[in-house]
Design a binder for this molecule. Structure first.
Ligand code: GTR
Length: 325
């Protein structure tokens, strides 16, 4: 299926570019989220800035709603240079770029502000640079809020309530181990399969940030949301190294600047969307559990840290994150 979809989308983009855009080159960007979602709009804003900066030489077209494939596939296609840009969570990169495992660890960040301080500083730069050997260029980090559990069965008020339940996680081993450490079972699967899997009872629930919980419609089939905020995983915009290398030095700089500038657009849209999504799901009948003691959840994560923070380099990264204000 995927190859046909990708081909159709690419052909449509070629037709559109010819018909309505004067750009010399239109870069194709992939996103799993629907049109209007903050990440989609941020990359569109980046495209406008890029078009201006390059005097109409470079534009971006965002293929939203996983038109170019689910995240794991879209990453591969970006490595091959079939897709130029990809906006993805750091989670699906965990098994490809080991440095991305650290900001994907449960409870590594104390708050989203802490995450921003870290990712805007030298550690963030080190992680962006780590993409190069994997045929990708890390351009900018985006907000991903904090992720919490939701399910169709019952309100989760303590770790006890998670026992034996089955949750979908992103396709990364860290999240499988994280859920096991909490006494539940994890099934990694693509984002696009979660709604029907909850609906049909294949899984009891999943975990995500409020804007994803809302925009995916998961709230319609899983009405119990517990704000345990176990993950604050940044999102990232990457470019295919093939595409990047095909640009002039001047255009490469314009891409980097426009991507960095889109980060502020994203932050603004994100804050508004988080609040709007919470209101929407509550109005639709979601039961939100906010009173939850996170300490046992955090303590249960010790084996996950032991398993993934193995090299001296990664240990130092964890220490540096913890020492960041
Ligand atoms: C969202 C994230 C997506 C995707 C999704 C998922 O929060 O923005 O990039 O990773 O979660 O759970 O698959």
């Amino acid at each position: 299926m995927k190859k046909q979809h990708i081909l159709a989308a690419l052909l449509a983009s070629v037709a559109m570019a010819g018909a309505s855009q004067a750009c010399e080159r239109t870069l194709r960007s992939s996103d799993t989220h629907p049109d209007g979602y903050p990440t989609v709009e941020a990359v569109k804003a980046m495209g406008k800035m890029l078009e201006e900066k390059t005097g109409g030489k470079l534009c971006i077209e965002v293929f939203f709603g996983a038109q170019l494939g689910e995240e794991k596939d879209s990453i591969e296609q970006t490595q091959f240079g079939v897709i130029d840009l990809d906006r993805v969570s750091l989670g699906p990169f965990n098994n490809i770029v080991p440095e991305t495992q650290i900001p994907s660890l449960p409870y590594i960040f104390r708050s989203t502000e802490h995450m921003h301080h870290v990712m805007d500083g030298p550690i963030g730069q080190e992680i962006l640079d780590a993409f190069q050997p994997h045929d990708l260029v890390g351009l900018a980090f985006y907000d991903g809020g904090s992720r919490s559990f939701y399910n169709s069965q019952h309100p989760i008020k303590s770790m006890e309530d998670l026992k034996g339940m089955k949750f979908r996680v992103m396709q990364s081993d860290i999240f499988v181990d994280m859920v096991s450490a909490l006494g539940a079972n994890a099934t990694p699967m693509p984002y696009g399969e979660v709604y029907s899997s909850i609906q049909t009872g294949v899984i009891d629930g999943a975990e995500n940030n409020p804007p994803s919980y809302e925009s995916s419609g998961h709230f319609e089939v899983a009405k119990y949301l517990t704000l345990d905020e176990h993950l604050i995983v940044p999102e990232i915009l990457v470019m295919s190294k093939k595409t990047f290398d095909s640009l002039s030095a001047e255009d490469q700089a314009a891409v980097k600047e426009a991507a960095m500038a889109s980060n502020a657009v994203m932050h603004d849209l994100w804050v508004k969307r988080e609040a709007a999504s919470m209101e929407k799901v509550k109005a639709a009948g979601t039961e939100v559990i906010t009173q939850i003691d996170k300490t046992p959840f955090m303590e249960a994560m010790a084996p996950v840290y032991q398993k993934y923070v193995t090299s001296e380099k990664l240990k130092k990264m964890v220490e540096d994150i913890q020492a960041t204000e």
